[in-house]
Design a protein around this ligand. Structure first.
Ligand code: MN
Length: 746
């Protein structure tokens, strides 16, 4: 059937809008109009024989939807999708066929709208409604899907009177909670007002009729007032050469009046008495000049002026708002804007289209162009935020940008993080649901538990009393809650295994001998407290589970033992003076670098046994009362404190002794170590690696105490000693290492 014959045959049954007739008559092949006409023809044939509740042929609905989209300035892809939006749902056509005939974009729009239409938005809480709106935005990778859906909803609302009251109310609630706010969010004021008024009509029929009647009653009065104000403003603006594109009293929409009455607790007359005007001019500059005219002609009410041109709303709305007092003392609300701002206020994101299109007669935008323009615009809004409240809302939305929205079998929407799996969903419902989860059905089919959920999935969790979480789940869950709950469950239920494993790990680290008594020791109790566990077993379980490491425990233990070490533990008898005893040569000889000591030339010297100084440490000479010459002490040795000044001789180490055979000096050290078999052997091995001679070695062990190892070493200088300390300290069993000076010396 050709397009024209459709027009003729249907002339009586369906009235085709003029634009569509012209399109059908004038279309050229390969043009954008051709796509639209082809979509119309296809929809027409598919819906043939179908009727709406109103008795009209079904095709009237797609025609109305396509017309709304065309009025918004929709591109050919969107208008074509408007014609086809119900064919997948209501006829035998598959998405693949649509793609073959109309291209992938039309298919995507039709599929998107079909998917949205399947949901039953039985929301009764504001929170759920918000989740639905977010899901919509998240699902619609192409914003045009939402606009087609809004046009579909608007026409359904317009023809709602043919349905049963119960259905009218359900659809109206859904529209009020989800679709009108979405239209507002997309800035399509035109859709928003009409949707709201239609919902109002079905949800609050009495209030609606009352307000409607009141408006009708006062029409004459209102029109007279409006005419006077219009006259005044028009003549004043003309005097100033402001070119006025439009100046008229605008009707306030019914729901807006109702909301204002509710919000401000005012009578209808108080709200309604406010006359509302809109002035449309050519430029921003003229907007401000018009404002001056309004403020000059009438007295402005302080605090009511708002500059949304300088500071646009997040949905890009721009205008100047002011309220002035009319000659009869009644307030007049005035909006001033340019044509472009007006377009944006009425058509939102679609305004962009409309502009470009009208620019060049019949040529429409390429679908690509407009699609990206929309997305771009949507992103821009999110940056364009001035109001703190709006800002918060935007920030929240951004946070949820990557969320997926899925349904419970009862139809509640659950927002989840991107990549969330049935397991995340289960734990989101309740931890017990997660802990006893046996499997999951997604859209009625068993699903792999690790498979990420998609927007709109209906998820049902099947639980069983003796099912329990698996550690594998940790590999794929994305929500912190699920992760924590799985761990908790595992910890609780595998406590004994974890304790045994923790014990094993710690034992390996610290050595077997005395390990059990070490576990019961006081230092271990302190470590437990410091790691915030109630008992040693709790700590071992945490270790076994991997919440803490054995190194962590050993380090803490080392600290505790160190703190607790009583000072009297180090009791070493003052040994005899060291046998390194020599004669300090005179200057000449010294230059040859033969002596390690400088100062006290010509005298005998020996290294004091009490403090055993090493090259590199500050020293002092003390003339002994015996015949043994000078005794070399460390600076600050307590044995020197009482010595009278005349017996003190300043001495230094000779730095130039490299040529002589390196001398060594005795040093005593003490090492506390975990009582591990072989720890002494390991220490000695490390020392002999460095070529250090060991004169003496001894080990003391005690119940519940670390092993105490005493060593006497031959050391060249301070540097070597420091190096050895480091080497020994780096062994994991070592709790402490210190140099033994003399009892009471520090
Ligand atoms: Mn529809």
């Amino acid at each position: 059937m050709t397009a024209i014959s459709i027009i003729e045959s249907q002339a009586n049954e369906v009235k085709l809008p003029r634009w569509l007739r012209e399109c059908l008559i004038n279309q050229q092949s390969e043009s954008n109009e051709a796509l639209i006409c082809q979509a119309f023809n296809f929809a027409y044939e598919l819906h043939e024989g179908q009727y709406r509740k109103s008795g009209e042929p079904y095709i009237a609905h797609p025609i109305a939807v396509a017309s709304l989209l065309r009025d918004l300035g929709g591109d050919s892809v969107t208008i074509a999708a408007g014609f086809l939006h119900d064919v997948v749902e209501d006829t035998e056509v598959t998405p693949e066929e649509i793609e073959a005939m109309f291209g992938v974009q039309v298919r995507q729009l039709v599929e998107g709208v079909t998917k949205l239409s399947k949901f039953n938005f039985s929301s009764n809480t504001e929170r759920q409604a918000e989740n639905f709106r977010k899901m919509f935005l998240a699902m619609a990778t192409d914003i045009r899907v939402i606009v087609v859906k809004l046009a579909d909803r608007l026409h359904n609302m317009r023809t709602l009177n043919h349905l049963k009251p119960e259905k009218q109310r359900r659809i109206s609630r859904e529209t009020r909670d989800i679709f009108a706010p979405l239209a507002n969010r997309l800035g399509i004021g035109r859709f928003k007002w009409e949707l709201e008024d239609l919902c109002f009509k079905y949800l609050e029929p009495e209030a609606y009729e009352e307000i409607k009647a009141l408006i009708a009653e006062r029409r004459a009065d209102r029109e007279a007032r409006i005419a006077t104000v219009t006259e005044t403003l028009r003549s004043r603006l003309e005097k100033l050469n402001v070119k006025v594109i439009e100046l008229k009293g605008r009707p306030k929409h019914l729901y807006g009046i109702y909301q204002k009455m509710q919000r401000q607790q005012k009578e209808f007359s108080q709200i309604y008495d406010i006359a509302a005007f809109r002035i449309i001019v050519e430029s921003n500059e003229e907007c401000y000049r018009s404002l001056a005219v309004v403020h000059d002609a009438f007295k402005p009410i302080p605090g009511r002026f708002k500059d949304y041109i300088g500071l646009p709303k997040p949905n890009r709305y721009q205008s100047l708002h002011t309220t002035v007092v009319g000659s009869n003392g009644r307030p007049i609300e005035v909006q001033i804007r340019t044509m472009e701002m007006h377009q944006i206020a009425e058509y939102g994101i679609a305004a962009h289209w409309k502009y470009k299109e009208t620019g060049s007669s019949n040529q429409m935008l390429s679908p690509e162009d407009s699609k990206f323009a929309w997305l771009r615009q949507l992103l821009e809004w999110q940056k364009d935020v001035n109001d703190a409240q709006d800002y918060m809302e935007n920030v929240k939305d951004n946070l949820y940008e990557d969320d997926v929205y899925v349904f419970t079998p009862d139809g509640d929407v659950i927002p989840l993080a991107h990549g969330a799996t049935p397991v995340d969903f289960a734990y989101r419902i309740h931890s017990e649901v997660g802990n006893h989860m046996k499997g999951a059905r997604v859209n009625g089919r068993w699903s792999v538990l690790s498979k990420p959920l998609e927007n709109g999935d209906i998820v049902e969790i099947v639980t069983q009393k003796n099912s329990h979480p698996s550690l594998d789940w940790l590999n794929f869950v994305v929500s912190p809650t699920a992760r924590t709950r799985i761990r908790q469950w595992y910890k609780r239920s595998h406590r004994n295994e974890n304790i045994a494993r923790g014990k094993e790990l710690l034992e390996k680290e610290m050595g077997k001998s005395g390990f059990d008594s070490l576990l019961k020791s006081e230092p271990m109790q302190i470590v437990t407290q410091r790691c915030n566990y109630h008992s040693v077993d709790d700590m071992l379980a945490a270790l076994g589970y991997g919440e803490i490491t054995q190194n962590h425990v050993v380090n803490r233990l080392r600290d505790v033992v160190k703190e607790q070490q009583p000072v009297e533990e180090i009791k070493v008898s003052t040994e005899e003076d060291v046998e390194i005893s020599n004669y300090i040569p005179h200057n000449k000889e010294k230059q040859k670098g033969k002596s390690p000591i400088v100062g006290g030339e010509g005298m005998l010297y020996h290294i004091a046994g009490c403090c055993k100084p090493l090259p590199g440490e500050s020293i002092i000479g003390v003339v002994t009362l015996s015949s043994r010459g000078i005794s070399i002490h460390r600076q600050g040795c307590h044995n020197v404190e009482q010595v009278p000044g005349e017996r003190i001789i300043p001495v230094n180490w000779n730095d130039g002794t490299e040529e002589t055979k390196p001398l060594t000096y005795p040093v005593d050290i003490q090492i506390e170590a975990m009582d591990r078999v072989g720890v002494l052997k390991d220490i000695l091995a490390r020392l002999s690696d460095r070529g250090v001679n060991i004169r003496n070695a001894g080990v003391r062990t005690g119940k519940n105490k670390p092993a105490l190892i005493s060593l006497s070493l031959d050391i060249r200088d301070r540097q070597q000693l420091e190096y050895i300390f480091q080497r020994i300290k780096s062994m994991s069993d070592i709790l402490n290492i210190r140099r033994v000076i003399d009892s009471g010396d520090r």
